[in-house]
Design a protein around this ligand. Sequence first.
Ligand code: SF4
Length: 226
Amino acid sequence: MSEQAIADRGLADALGAERALQPGGNLRRAWEELLAEARRCTRCHLYKCATQTVFGEGPLNARILFIGEQPGDQEDLAGRPFVGPAGQLFDQALEKAGIDRAETYVTNAVKHFKFVQRGKKRIHDKPNAGEITACRWWQEQERALVKPPVTVALGATAARSLFGKVVTIGKLRGAPHQLADGSECWVTVHPSFLLRMPDEVRRREERARFVEDLILIRKRAARLVA
Ligand code: SF4
């Protein structure tokens, strides 16, 4: 299948999944227009090598909006965020925390997969400041449409995109913070950080801590909409 065909299928899948979650409405149309626009984005060079734009997905009335770093190899091919190994770990943690992913909106700070080609493998490469800044506009548009009571930055790239500057995850973790638009943001680690930890004991501890963060976030979001 050609890259264009994969991208077209990705758009059709994304629209189909969203329609199933939330039919009709001006908000829905605005989101579809945004998605179509994002899929043509050339604001930075990353669109040139990636298969397709991986936009956010989820109900537009979500209480919690998660922002990750960027799509990985599997997300790039599928056209959906958090479907690879980190996504599976994310799903497990959400379940343990009592959060239904289908009720959340999930997106990335950078919408195209950045990688280094090594033989047949595409190795993840961290987005730089210019790429994060260029792509920031899209997450701002998504948040403006969804207006979530709680936005969650998963990792340093997402936090940088949300706060517009480098922040330390360890210092911000576990408490609410206010974004420039007045909305509430929480910060925690990216699931891929938990996948990479070589020490098993530490990995188990950090996974448990991640779930604790998500429980706090669930409770906070419920309180804000009560
Ligand atoms: S990474 Fe973001 S800003 Fe860059 S081309 Fe893709 S969608 Fe546009």
